[in-house]
Ligand binder design. Sequence first.
Ligand SMILES: Nc1ncnc2c1ncn2[C@@H]1O[C@H](COP(=O)(O)OP(=O)(O)OP(=O)(O)O)[C@@H](O)[C@H]1O
Length: 353
Amino acid sequence: MIKLENIEVYFHDKHGQTVQAVDKVNLHIRKGEIFGIVGYSGAGKSTLVRVINLLQKPQAGSVIINNQDLMDLNDKQLRAARKKIGMIFQHFNLMNSRTVYGNVLYPLRDAKLSKTEKEQKIEQLLSLVGLSDKRDVYPSQLSGGQKQRVAIARALANDPEILLCDEATSALDPKNTQAILKLLKEVNQKLGITMVLITHEMDVIKEICHKVAVMEKGRVIEAGNLVDIFCHPKHSLTQDFIYTASNVELAYQNIFDHPQLASKLQINHLFELQYKGHNSFSPFISEINQRYQAKLTILYSNVEIIQAQPVGRLIVLLTSDSTPIEVIESYLQSQNIALSRLHALQHENYYSI
Ligand SMILES: Nc1ncnc2c1ncn2[C@@H]1O[C@H](COP(=O)(O)OP(=O)(O)OP(=O)(O)O)[C@@H](O)[C@H]1O
């Protein structure tokens, strides 16, 4: 559905220096997918997402939507193609002088629909986003979450096939963030719209995306299925995002900062275990206790449902008087429980203990 091939975007800053915002990016986004792009500030996410509707023309590469390279289109054809690509933004970009109804009507101004058809369409859209009762109020009378709902209704007015979401929840509190993500998921499922969502928070990605790409310095450094990336991040930056989203980083900090706990830790017995899917239901803790008289102290545990699959992470102290730890390690691995031993050098925090 969306193929970005070798996309390059450069800017010249005010000192005349060239900034490469997007560097040879290739992405393939399939119809109906919710595709997340995550990265820290300045990674090139906004620039890349604006390439998809050519709000930002790349200096090199192809932007292929439904087998058509947008770079080959003339202005009129591009305007038509853009109608099929809706967009929502962090700060909603509503027109304050128009009511909710007026804002959603605006993109339909040139549509070949009668007044009644337009009215019906807007009523349907406002009902979809849960704002039927707000049709005659002005944006200033709405909460952030409600403003984003209006923006979503407006973005859907021309029946787009693609919805681009540029930090759509970054200005919202956690409750409204959840509600807007739920709404986007519903829109994806009910209308089959392909979504590209950029964010600096893995939490957002975790909530609704099927696939994810991680960006750093203009490049995509890792991309794939969300559960795979979540369970086996290859790049340290990806791991950072995941640790932050699952509070693992905080757990390590708490463990190592705790005066009594830290002094009792035997670093070489500290493990991070990870399991997914059906393994979440296997009683492996009692199993290793019975088999190997292993003692397992849980210092942190977290199970979350990602793409309908349970994914669990534990930080544990694992000891056994009778069996070498390597034997227990092999057993757990044979049960598809990923296990990593935390050596002192892995973390500067650990090293100081
Ligand atoms: N119009 C511009 N002129 C000059 N440099 C730009 C312009 N737009 C973006 N850049 C630079 O390109 C790089 C990528 O910016 P971009 O906004 O795409 O990143 P981002 O990942 O979306 O970050 P943020 O979340 O902070 O918006 C940055 O170094 C930025 O300063």
